[in-house]
Design a protein around this ligand. Structure first.
Ligand code: PLP
Length: 451
Protein backbone atom coordinates (compact mmCIF):
# COMPACT_ATOMS: atom_id res chain seq x y z
CA UNK A 1 0.00 0.00 0.00
CA UNK A 2 1.24 3.47 -0.88
CA UNK A 3 2.33 5.69 1.98
CA UNK A 4 2.42 8.73 -0.32
CA UNK A 5 -0.42 11.25 -0.03
CA UNK A 6 -2.29 11.29 -3.35
CA UNK A 7 -3.21 14.85 -4.33
CA UNK A 8 -6.65 15.22 -5.82
CA UNK A 9 -6.65 18.77 -7.09
CA UNK A 10 -4.52 20.98 -9.27
CA UNK A 11 -3.73 23.46 -6.50
CA UNK A 12 -2.16 20.76 -4.28
CA UNK A 13 -0.11 19.32 -7.14
CA UNK A 14 1.08 22.76 -8.21
CA UNK A 15 1.99 23.78 -4.65
CA UNK A 16 4.01 20.56 -4.17
CA UNK A 17 5.74 21.12 -7.51
CA UNK A 18 6.53 24.74 -6.70
CA UNK A 19 8.02 23.75 -3.33
CA UNK A 20 10.90 21.59 -4.51
CA UNK A 21 10.97 20.94 -8.26
CA UNK A 22 13.50 22.94 -10.27
CA UNK A 23 12.27 22.88 -13.89
CA UNK A 24 14.44 22.55 -16.98
CA UNK A 25 14.79 25.41 -19.50
CA UNK A 26 12.69 27.72 -17.28
CA UNK A 27 12.79 30.88 -15.18
CA UNK A 28 11.45 29.22 -12.03
CA UNK A 29 9.37 32.17 -10.89
CA UNK A 30 7.73 32.81 -14.26
CA UNK A 31 6.20 29.44 -15.00
CA UNK A 32 2.89 27.83 -14.13
CA UNK A 33 3.18 24.19 -15.24
CA UNK A 34 -0.19 22.48 -15.85
CA UNK A 35 -0.94 19.76 -13.30
CA UNK A 36 -1.46 16.55 -15.25
CA UNK A 37 -3.75 13.91 -13.78
CA UNK A 38 -3.54 11.20 -16.44
CA UNK A 39 -3.09 10.27 -20.08
CA UNK A 40 -4.17 7.68 -22.60
CA UNK A 41 -3.52 7.27 -26.32
CA UNK A 42 -3.48 10.68 -28.00
CA UNK A 43 -4.84 12.57 -24.96
CA UNK A 44 -3.82 13.79 -21.53
CA UNK A 45 -5.91 15.64 -18.99
CA UNK A 46 -5.59 17.86 -15.94
CA UNK A 47 -7.34 17.88 -12.54
CA UNK A 48 -9.90 20.42 -13.68
CA UNK A 49 -11.26 18.11 -16.36
CA UNK A 50 -9.51 19.80 -19.30
CA UNK A 51 -8.61 17.16 -21.88
CA UNK A 52 -5.94 17.94 -24.45
CA UNK A 53 -5.31 16.26 -27.78
CA UNK A 54 -1.53 15.85 -27.62
CA UNK A 55 -0.21 17.29 -30.90
CA UNK A 56 3.22 17.63 -29.25
CA UNK A 57 3.74 13.95 -28.34
CA UNK A 58 5.22 15.65 -25.24
CA UNK A 59 8.78 16.42 -26.43
CA UNK A 60 8.08 14.61 -29.71
CA UNK A 61 8.64 11.26 -28.04
CA UNK A 62 5.35 9.46 -27.35
CA UNK A 63 5.29 7.94 -30.84
CA UNK A 64 3.17 5.03 -29.60
CA UNK A 65 0.81 7.29 -27.62
CA UNK A 66 0.31 7.49 -23.88
CA UNK A 67 -0.02 4.38 -21.65
CA UNK A 68 0.13 1.74 -24.38
CA UNK A 69 -1.06 -1.34 -22.42
CA UNK A 70 1.52 -3.74 -23.89
CA UNK A 71 4.40 -1.43 -23.00
CA UNK A 72 3.07 -0.79 -19.50
CA UNK A 73 2.68 -4.55 -18.96
CA UNK A 74 6.22 -5.25 -20.25
CA UNK A 75 7.69 -2.76 -17.76
CA UNK A 76 5.67 -4.30 -14.92
CA UNK A 77 6.74 -7.84 -15.85
CA UNK A 78 10.40 -6.86 -16.15
CA UNK A 79 10.24 -5.02 -12.81
CA UNK A 80 8.95 -8.18 -11.17
CA UNK A 81 11.75 -10.26 -12.77
CA UNK A 82 14.91 -8.09 -12.75
CA UNK A 83 14.74 -4.34 -12.08
CA UNK A 84 18.36 -3.45 -12.45
CA UNK A 85 21.68 -4.96 -13.41
CA UNK A 86 24.98 -3.30 -14.33
CA UNK A 87 25.77 -2.72 -18.02
CA UNK A 88 28.61 -5.28 -17.93
CA UNK A 89 26.29 -8.31 -17.70
CA UNK A 90 24.63 -10.17 -20.57
CA UNK A 91 20.85 -9.90 -20.12
CA UNK A 92 18.17 -11.34 -22.40
CA UNK A 93 16.03 -8.21 -22.50
CA UNK A 94 18.98 -5.98 -23.45
CA UNK A 95 20.14 -8.29 -26.25
CA UNK A 96 16.58 -8.55 -27.56
CA UNK A 97 16.21 -4.76 -27.63
CA UNK A 98 19.55 -4.48 -29.47
CA UNK A 99 18.53 -7.20 -31.96
CA UNK A 100 15.22 -5.50 -32.72
CA UNK A 101 16.83 -2.06 -33.14
CA UNK A 102 19.69 -3.38 -35.29
CA UNK A 103 17.11 -5.18 -37.44
CA UNK A 104 15.46 -1.86 -38.28
CA UNK A 105 18.40 0.56 -38.61
CA UNK A 106 19.71 0.97 -42.17
CA UNK A 107 22.69 -0.92 -43.64
CA UNK A 108 25.28 -2.52 -41.37
CA UNK A 109 24.50 -0.54 -38.20
CA UNK A 110 24.39 -3.79 -36.29
CA UNK A 111 25.89 -2.99 -32.88
CA UNK A 112 23.91 -0.96 -30.35
CA UNK A 113 25.44 1.14 -27.56
CA UNK A 114 22.70 2.02 -25.08
CA UNK A 115 22.41 5.39 -23.32
CA UNK A 116 19.83 7.06 -21.10
CA UNK A 117 18.71 9.60 -23.70
CA UNK A 118 19.52 11.61 -26.80
CA UNK A 119 22.26 13.99 -25.66
CA UNK A 120 24.27 11.15 -24.17
CA UNK A 121 23.92 9.27 -27.47
CA UNK A 122 25.33 12.30 -29.31
CA UNK A 123 28.20 12.63 -26.81
CA UNK A 124 29.16 9.01 -27.39
CA UNK A 125 28.78 9.11 -31.18
CA UNK A 126 31.19 12.05 -31.32
CA UNK A 127 33.63 10.30 -28.98
CA UNK A 128 33.49 7.13 -31.13
CA UNK A 129 34.13 9.17 -34.30
CA UNK A 130 37.11 10.98 -32.75
CA UNK A 131 38.66 7.75 -31.45
CA UNK A 132 38.00 5.91 -34.73
CA UNK A 133 39.56 8.59 -36.95
CA UNK A 134 42.12 10.06 -34.53
CA UNK A 135 40.93 13.50 -35.72
CA UNK A 136 39.65 16.33 -33.47
CA UNK A 137 37.01 18.41 -35.31
CA UNK A 138 33.29 17.93 -35.79
CA UNK A 139 31.18 19.83 -38.32
CA UNK A 140 27.61 20.56 -37.24
CA UNK A 141 24.80 22.54 -38.85
CA UNK A 142 23.20 25.82 -37.95
CA UNK A 143 19.47 25.28 -37.35
CA UNK A 144 20.04 22.08 -35.39
CA UNK A 145 19.58 20.70 -31.87
CA UNK A 146 21.66 17.86 -30.46
CA UNK A 147 20.95 17.99 -26.71
CA UNK A 148 21.77 19.90 -23.53
CA UNK A 149 24.87 18.20 -22.11
CA UNK A 150 28.35 19.72 -22.61
CA UNK A 151 29.37 18.44 -26.05
CA UNK A 152 25.81 18.11 -27.37
CA UNK A 153 24.83 21.71 -26.59
CA UNK A 154 28.01 22.96 -28.24
CA UNK A 155 27.14 21.01 -31.38
CA UNK A 156 23.70 22.61 -31.36
CA UNK A 157 23.10 25.29 -33.99
CA UNK A 158 20.34 27.36 -32.40
CA UNK A 159 19.96 29.90 -29.54
CA UNK A 160 19.71 27.21 -26.89
CA UNK A 161 23.50 27.00 -27.22
CA UNK A 162 24.20 30.68 -26.58
CA UNK A 163 24.19 30.73 -22.73
CA UNK A 164 26.34 27.54 -22.55
CA UNK A 165 28.71 28.22 -25.43
CA UNK A 166 31.94 28.22 -23.46
CA UNK A 167 33.69 25.19 -24.89
CA UNK A 168 33.01 24.87 -28.60
CA UNK A 169 36.61 23.80 -29.31
CA UNK A 170 36.68 21.48 -32.27
CA UNK A 171 33.16 22.34 -33.48
CA UNK A 172 32.74 24.11 -36.84
CA UNK A 173 29.27 25.07 -38.06
CA UNK A 174 27.91 25.08 -41.59
CA UNK A 175 24.56 25.78 -43.28
CA UNK A 176 22.32 23.02 -44.52
CA UNK A 177 19.72 23.45 -47.26
CA UNK A 178 16.42 25.18 -46.43
CA UNK A 179 14.88 27.03 -49.32
CA UNK A 180 12.31 29.01 -47.35
CA UNK A 181 15.06 30.88 -45.46
CA UNK A 182 18.20 30.02 -47.34
CA UNK A 183 21.56 31.73 -47.23
CA UNK A 184 22.19 30.26 -50.70
CA UNK A 185 19.45 32.27 -52.51
CA UNK A 186 18.75 29.35 -54.82
CA UNK A 187 15.98 29.40 -57.39
CA UNK A 188 15.20 25.68 -57.28
CA UNK A 189 15.51 22.70 -54.92
CA UNK A 190 18.27 21.30 -57.14
CA UNK A 191 20.23 24.54 -57.00
CA UNK A 192 19.75 24.77 -53.20
CA UNK A 193 21.09 21.22 -52.86
CA UNK A 194 24.04 21.86 -55.15
CA UNK A 195 25.00 25.11 -53.39
CA UNK A 196 24.64 23.61 -49.90
CA UNK A 197 26.92 20.71 -50.89
CA UNK A 198 29.47 23.08 -52.43
CA UNK A 199 29.43 25.17 -49.23
CA UNK A 200 30.00 22.02 -47.15
CA UNK A 201 32.87 20.87 -49.35
CA UNK A 202 34.45 24.35 -49.15
CA UNK A 203 34.11 24.23 -45.35
CA UNK A 204 35.85 20.84 -45.31
CA UNK A 205 38.64 22.13 -47.57
CA UNK A 206 39.24 25.28 -45.49
CA UNK A 207 39.16 23.39 -42.16
CA UNK A 208 41.52 20.70 -43.45
CA UNK A 209 39.91 17.34 -44.31
CA UNK A 210 42.53 15.47 -42.26
CA UNK A 211 41.42 17.29 -39.10
CA UNK A 212 37.71 16.41 -39.33
CA UNK A 213 36.44 13.37 -37.43
CA UNK A 214 32.72 13.69 -38.17
CA UNK A 215 29.87 15.56 -39.75
CA UNK A 216 26.78 15.43 -37.54
CA UNK A 217 23.37 16.18 -38.98
CA UNK A 218 19.77 15.67 -38.01
CA UNK A 219 18.44 13.67 -40.98
CA UNK A 220 15.38 15.93 -40.91
CA UNK A 221 16.14 18.80 -38.50
CA UNK A 222 13.38 18.79 -35.88
CA UNK A 223 13.14 21.49 -33.22
CA UNK A 224 14.92 23.90 -35.60
CA UNK A 225 11.96 23.75 -37.98
CA UNK A 226 11.33 20.32 -39.58
CA UNK A 227 13.26 21.11 -42.74
CA UNK A 228 13.06 18.14 -45.11
CA UNK A 229 16.26 18.25 -47.19
CA UNK A 230 16.19 17.99 -51.01
CA UNK A 231 16.51 14.35 -52.15
CA UNK A 232 20.14 14.69 -53.28
CA UNK A 233 21.52 16.39 -50.18
CA UNK A 234 22.16 13.50 -47.79
CA UNK A 235 23.54 11.22 -50.53
CA UNK A 236 25.85 14.15 -51.41
CA UNK A 237 26.99 14.50 -47.77
CA UNK A 238 27.58 10.72 -47.65
CA UNK A 239 29.78 11.00 -50.77
CA UNK A 240 31.80 13.87 -49.22
CA UNK A 241 32.33 11.83 -46.04
CA UNK A 242 33.53 8.86 -48.11
CA UNK A 243 35.86 11.06 -50.16
CA UNK A 244 37.55 12.60 -47.11
CA UNK A 245 37.40 9.71 -44.63
CA UNK A 246 34.93 11.57 -42.37
CA UNK A 247 32.44 9.72 -40.14
CA UNK A 248 28.80 10.55 -40.94
CA UNK A 249 26.65 10.77 -37.80
CA UNK A 250 22.91 11.03 -38.45
CA UNK A 251 21.05 12.24 -35.36
CA UNK A 252 17.64 10.53 -35.44
CA UNK A 253 16.77 11.17 -31.80
CA UNK A 254 13.62 13.00 -32.92
CA UNK A 255 13.11 11.79 -36.51
CA UNK A 256 13.63 8.07 -35.82
CA UNK A 257 11.26 5.25 -34.91
CA UNK A 258 8.34 5.99 -37.18
CA UNK A 259 8.02 9.76 -36.82
CA UNK A 260 8.56 10.42 -40.56
CA UNK A 261 6.48 7.43 -41.68
CA UNK A 262 9.53 5.14 -42.03
CA UNK A 263 11.49 3.44 -39.27
CA UNK A 264 14.26 5.99 -39.78
CA UNK A 265 14.27 9.23 -41.75
CA UNK A 266 17.46 8.05 -43.49
CA UNK A 267 15.28 5.43 -45.23
CA UNK A 268 13.62 8.21 -47.29
CA UNK A 269 16.99 9.15 -48.78
CA UNK A 270 18.67 5.74 -49.18
CA UNK A 271 21.58 6.85 -46.98
CA UNK A 272 23.46 4.70 -44.47
CA UNK A 273 25.42 6.71 -41.87
CA UNK A 274 28.40 5.33 -39.94
CA UNK A 275 26.72 6.14 -36.63
CA UNK A 276 23.04 6.79 -35.94
CA UNK A 277 21.83 8.28 -32.67
CA UNK A 278 18.36 7.50 -31.37
CA UNK A 279 16.20 7.97 -28.22
CA UNK A 280 12.59 9.25 -27.77
CA UNK A 281 10.51 6.99 -30.08
CA UNK A 282 12.60 3.87 -29.36
CA UNK A 283 10.29 3.29 -26.37
CA UNK A 284 8.18 6.47 -26.47
CA UNK A 285 10.04 7.67 -23.39
CA UNK A 286 8.19 5.36 -20.99
CA UNK A 287 11.59 4.77 -19.31
CA UNK A 288 14.61 6.92 -20.31
CA UNK A 289 16.51 5.25 -23.17
CA UNK A 290 18.67 6.21 -26.13
CA UNK A 291 21.61 4.84 -28.00
CA UNK A 292 24.03 4.77 -30.88
CA UNK A 293 23.74 2.28 -33.73
CA UNK A 294 27.29 1.53 -34.92
CA UNK A 295 28.63 0.38 -38.30
CA UNK A 296 30.69 -2.79 -38.56
CA UNK A 297 33.83 -0.77 -39.38
CA UNK A 298 33.57 1.49 -36.33
CA UNK A 299 32.59 -1.40 -34.07
CA UNK A 300 35.77 -3.20 -35.24
CA UNK A 301 37.89 -0.30 -33.90
CA UNK A 302 36.83 -1.33 -30.42
CA UNK A 303 37.26 -5.12 -30.79
CA UNK A 304 40.72 -5.16 -29.21
CA UNK A 305 40.75 -1.68 -27.73
CA UNK A 306 38.34 -0.72 -24.92
CA UNK A 307 35.67 1.83 -25.65
CA UNK A 308 36.01 4.47 -22.90
CA UNK A 309 32.38 5.34 -22.14
CA UNK A 310 29.19 4.24 -20.38
CA UNK A 311 27.09 5.14 -17.36
CA UNK A 312 25.75 3.17 -14.39
CA UNK A 313 22.31 2.79 -15.99
CA UNK A 314 23.32 2.15 -19.64
CA UNK A 315 21.01 -0.47 -21.13
CA UNK A 316 18.71 -0.47 -18.09
CA UNK A 317 16.46 -3.57 -18.06
CA UNK A 318 13.21 -1.62 -17.58
CA UNK A 319 14.10 0.69 -20.46
CA UNK A 320 15.08 -2.23 -22.69
CA UNK A 321 11.87 -4.12 -21.83
CA UNK A 322 9.84 -1.08 -22.83
CA UNK A 323 11.79 -0.80 -26.10
CA UNK A 324 11.15 -4.47 -26.94
CA UNK A 325 7.41 -4.05 -26.28
CA UNK A 326 7.27 -0.75 -28.19
CA UNK A 327 8.99 -2.09 -31.30
CA UNK A 328 6.89 -5.26 -31.29
CA UNK A 329 3.70 -3.21 -30.91
CA UNK A 330 4.79 -0.86 -33.69
CA UNK A 331 5.31 -3.90 -35.94
CA UNK A 332 2.16 -5.74 -34.89
CA UNK A 333 -0.14 -2.72 -35.09
CA UNK A 334 1.24 -1.16 -38.29
CA UNK A 335 2.11 2.05 -36.43
CA UNK A 336 4.87 3.23 -38.80
CA UNK A 337 2.54 2.67 -41.74
CA UNK A 338 -0.17 4.63 -39.93
CA UNK A 339 2.19 7.61 -39.50
CA UNK A 340 2.98 7.55 -43.24
CA UNK A 341 -0.68 7.31 -44.25
CA UNK A 342 -1.87 10.01 -41.86
CA UNK A 343 0.86 12.34 -43.19
CA UNK A 344 -0.01 11.71 -46.82
CA UNK A 345 -3.79 11.49 -46.66
CA UNK A 346 -4.93 13.64 -43.74
CA UNK A 347 -2.34 15.81 -42.00
CA UNK A 348 -0.34 17.06 -45.00
CA UNK A 349 -3.39 17.94 -47.14
CA UNK A 350 -5.19 19.40 -44.09
CA UNK A 351 -2.27 21.68 -43.17
CA UNK A 352 -1.82 22.81 -46.78
CA UNK A 353 -5.48 23.69 -46.85
CA UNK A 354 -5.06 25.79 -43.67
CA UNK A 355 -2.09 27.54 -45.32
CA UNK A 356 -4.34 28.61 -48.20
CA UNK A 357 -6.92 30.16 -45.90
CA UNK A 358 -4.75 31.81 -43.23
CA UNK A 359 -2.61 34.79 -44.28
CA UNK A 360 -0.35 34.21 -41.24
CA UNK A 361 0.85 30.84 -42.56
CA UNK A 362 4.03 31.38 -44.55
CA UNK A 363 5.08 27.78 -45.02
CA UNK A 364 3.92 24.27 -44.19
CA UNK A 365 6.39 21.40 -44.48
CA UNK A 366 7.01 17.89 -43.20
CA UNK A 367 6.30 14.22 -43.68
CA UNK A 368 4.67 11.44 -41.67
CA UNK A 369 3.58 12.95 -38.34
CA UNK A 370 6.42 15.48 -38.36
CA UNK A 371 5.19 18.88 -39.62
CA UNK A 372 5.91 22.56 -39.03
CA UNK A 373 3.58 25.50 -39.66
CA UNK A 374 5.69 28.63 -40.01
CA UNK A 375 3.88 31.86 -39.09
CA UNK A 376 4.72 35.19 -40.71
CA UNK A 377 3.60 38.80 -40.63
CA UNK A 378 3.93 39.05 -44.38
CA UNK A 379 3.91 36.16 -46.80
CA UNK A 380 5.69 38.15 -49.49
CA UNK A 381 8.67 39.27 -47.37
CA UNK A 382 8.50 36.18 -45.13
CA UNK A 383 8.99 38.38 -42.07
CA UNK A 384 8.47 35.96 -39.15
CA UNK A 385 5.52 36.55 -36.82
CA UNK A 386 8.10 37.13 -34.05
CA UNK A 387 11.81 37.95 -34.45
CA UNK A 388 14.42 35.18 -34.21
CA UNK A 389 14.92 34.08 -30.56
CA UNK A 390 12.29 36.58 -29.32
CA UNK A 391 11.40 36.59 -25.62
CA UNK A 392 8.99 38.58 -23.42
CA UNK A 393 6.96 41.31 -25.16
CA UNK A 394 8.60 40.62 -28.52
CA UNK A 395 7.22 37.08 -28.38
CA UNK A 396 3.67 38.19 -27.45
CA UNK A 397 2.06 37.21 -30.79
CA UNK A 398 3.32 33.62 -30.51
CA UNK A 399 2.27 33.50 -26.84
CA UNK A 400 -1.24 34.56 -27.92
CA UNK A 401 -1.37 31.92 -30.67
CA UNK A 402 -0.14 29.23 -28.26
CA UNK A 403 -2.80 30.20 -25.70
CA UNK A 404 -5.50 30.06 -28.40
CA UNK A 405 -4.38 26.58 -29.50
CA UNK A 406 -4.51 25.31 -25.92
CA UNK A 407 -7.90 26.95 -25.37
CA UNK A 408 -9.15 24.97 -28.37
CA UNK A 409 -8.16 21.73 -26.55
CA UNK A 410 -4.98 21.04 -28.49
CA UNK A 411 -1.51 20.76 -26.95
CA UNK A 412 1.05 22.04 -29.46
CA UNK A 413 4.86 22.04 -29.66
CA UNK A 414 5.75 25.68 -30.32
CA UNK A 415 9.23 26.95 -31.14
CA UNK A 416 9.96 30.54 -32.18
CA UNK A 417 7.52 31.48 -35.00
CA UNK A 418 6.47 27.90 -35.66
CA UNK A 419 3.77 25.52 -34.50
CA UNK A 420 5.09 21.99 -34.84
CA UNK A 421 2.36 19.47 -35.55
CA UNK A 422 3.81 16.27 -34.16
CA UNK A 423 1.07 13.96 -32.83
CA UNK A 424 1.71 10.31 -31.89
CA UNK A 425 2.29 7.90 -34.80
CA UNK A 426 -0.83 6.09 -33.54
CA UNK A 427 -3.18 9.05 -34.14
CA UNK A 428 -6.46 8.23 -35.86
CA UNK A 429 -8.04 10.02 -38.85
CA UNK A 430 -10.78 11.39 -36.59
CA UNK A 431 -8.33 12.75 -34.00
CA UNK A 432 -6.20 14.32 -36.73
CA UNK A 433 -9.25 16.08 -38.19
CA UNK A 434 -10.25 17.26 -34.72
CA UNK A 435 -6.75 18.71 -34.21
CA UNK A 436 -6.79 20.42 -37.60
CA UNK A 437 -10.15 22.04 -36.77
CA UNK A 438 -8.77 23.34 -33.46
CA UNK A 439 -5.70 24.72 -35.23
CA UNK A 440 -7.90 26.35 -37.86
CA UNK A 441 -9.80 28.18 -35.12
CA UNK A 442 -6.61 29.24 -33.27
CA UNK A 443 -4.83 30.54 -36.39
CA UNK A 444 -7.36 33.37 -36.64
CA UNK A 445 -5.40 34.87 -33.71
CA UNK A 446 -2.18 34.74 -35.75
CA UNK A 447 -4.00 36.25 -38.75
CA UNK A 448 -4.63 39.45 -36.75
CA UNK A 449 -0.90 40.20 -36.83
CA UNK A 450 -0.47 39.34 -40.50
CA UNK A 451 -0.60 41.65 -43.48
N1 PLP B 1 19.09 15.22 -30.80
C1 PLP B 1 17.94 15.65 -31.31
C2 PLP B 1 17.77 15.69 -32.78
C3 PLP B 1 16.89 16.05 -30.47
O1 PLP B 1 15.75 16.50 -30.98
C4 PLP B 1 17.08 15.97 -29.07
C5 PLP B 1 16.00 16.37 -28.14
O2 PLP B 1 15.02 16.96 -28.51
C6 PLP B 1 18.32 15.51 -28.58
C7 PLP B 1 19.30 15.12 -29.47
C8 PLP B 1 18.55 15.40 -27.08
O3 PLP B 1 17.82 14.37 -26.56
P1 PLP B 1 17.57 14.27 -24.96
O4 PLP B 1 16.73 15.42 -24.59
O5 PLP B 1 16.93 12.93 -24.80
O6 PLP B 1 18.92 14.31 -24.33
Amino acid sequence: MSTQPVPTDAAAVKAADRAHVFHSWSAQGLIDPPAVAGAEGSYFWDYDGNRYLDFSSQLVNTNIGHQHPKVVAAIQEQAARLCTIAPGFAVDVRSEAARLIAGRTPGDLDKIFFTNGGAEAVENAVRMARLHTGRPKVLSAYRSYHGATAAAINLTGDPRRWPSDTASAGVVRFWGPFRYRSPFHAESEEQECERALRHLEDTIAFEGPGTIAAIILETVPGTAGIMVPPPGYLPGVRALCDRYGIVLILDEVMAGFGRTGRWFAADHFGVVPDLLTFAKGVNSGYVPLGGVAISAEIAATFEERPYPGGLTYSGHPLACASAVATINAMDGEGIVENAARIGEDVLGPGLRELAERHPSVGDVRGLGVFWAVELVRDRRTREPLVPYAATGEANAPMAAVTAAIKAAGLWPFVNMNRVHVVPPCTITDEETKQGLAALDEALTVADRYAA
